[in-house]
Design a protein around this ligand. Sequence first.
Ligand code: ADP
Ligand code: ASP
Ligand code: MG
Length: 409
Amino acid sequence: MALIVQKYGGTSVGDTDRMKNVARRCIAAQKAGNDVVVVVSAMSGETNRLLKLVSQITDRPSEREQDVVVATGEQVSIGLVALAIQAQGGLATSFLGYQVQIVTDSIFSKARIKRIDAEKIVEALKQKHIVVVAGFQGQDEQGNVTTLGRGGSDTTAVALAAALKADACEIYTDVDGVYTTDPNVCPAARKLDRISYEEMLDLASVGAKVLQIRSVEFAMKYKVPLWVKSSFTDDPGTLVCEEDKSMENVVVNGIAYDKNEAKLAISGVPDVPGVAARIFGALDAQNIVVDLIVQTASREGKTDLSFTVGKTDLVKAKEVVERVAREVNAGSVETDGDVAKVSIVGVGMRNHSGVAAKMFQILAAEGINIQLISTSEIKVSCLIQSKYTELAVRALHTAFGLDKAPAAS
Ligand code: ADP
Ligand code: ASP
Ligand code: MG
């Protein structure tokens, strides 16, 4: 008897017919001889709707209260999916994050799971129930409601799979696997049968939202066999697994983009030791994650410093940076939300030179200006103007030889 954790995303539970489809799939998995735990997201568009309500009240919400609001989307889904399973003759029990219990730290809106006490789930499984768990939410040690960041239901599913020592974790979504890039942006994208944890981690870290990065971290750490599949077909999907030698033959394995970052630029920053530490220390103290950073060469003892943060942190980040800029006698702080980060990823890059240069040439040939750059052993990211995202993704996909063969006519 195997234990499977299945996760259904927003589109897969987007209306009650789709929830009935999820119920059918869960019951089929149970009838095939498995214990089934199913994690569900809020109905598609619901989390955005809830965030919009918050923004209509204030643009500087208390993150504790914001989490209280946005966590409600998943409550509706688990109740309805459990009812759909029961209506089809199955046994089902739903659980919210605090009931399970999924215990997190207290960083509201991007909390990290610390531990899971899955006793109630194990009990319900023993009673042959399909267990329906709310994704995206937990509670901290003080009992406050927390959420795990956008896309966090993926992480709930993988963390539960690790805690329950499940035989597999299946992420059901609106595409039938992990592709070389977002198939909704690039029609030539190719579906991958397998991808290494490491590459998936890098793709997710640069914005491929098919899996939340923390879910991949959990899967890699606890060696959870992780599948990405479509909730609308029976195709085998993509297996995220340990790297094997054959995977290294390709230099660039995937392209990703992220439109959720915004740029801040501080001019006239005194070029003396400790200033960068003060600026980024102040951002860190507010739990603001900084991504790409560029500092220009020093001229007359001053430099310009540009970097990106998540778009949702922009208002807070600007306030923090303006304060520190005043304290250290720096110049003005400019912001730009009209940017996108485009990245290439591949373990094969370790052994190949000139990959970054080729990326810059491809973007230049399309007339796309690069604002910030960051590189690591197996990825290169460029910040560009947002309106060029699709063009950049398609051009890079073709130039790095990732396009699928055109269909025979
Ligand atoms: P869910 O609501 O099921 O969690 P998401 O919208 O979070 O679904 O993630 C699925 C989406 O991820 C796809 O519709 C696709 O547009 C996007 N995506 C981005 N990069 C990739 C990729 N490399 N492979 C597959 N899908 C991708
Ligand atoms: N509902 C949350 C979101 O939209 C979590 C998820 O879907 O994974 O981000
Ligand atoms: Mg998602």
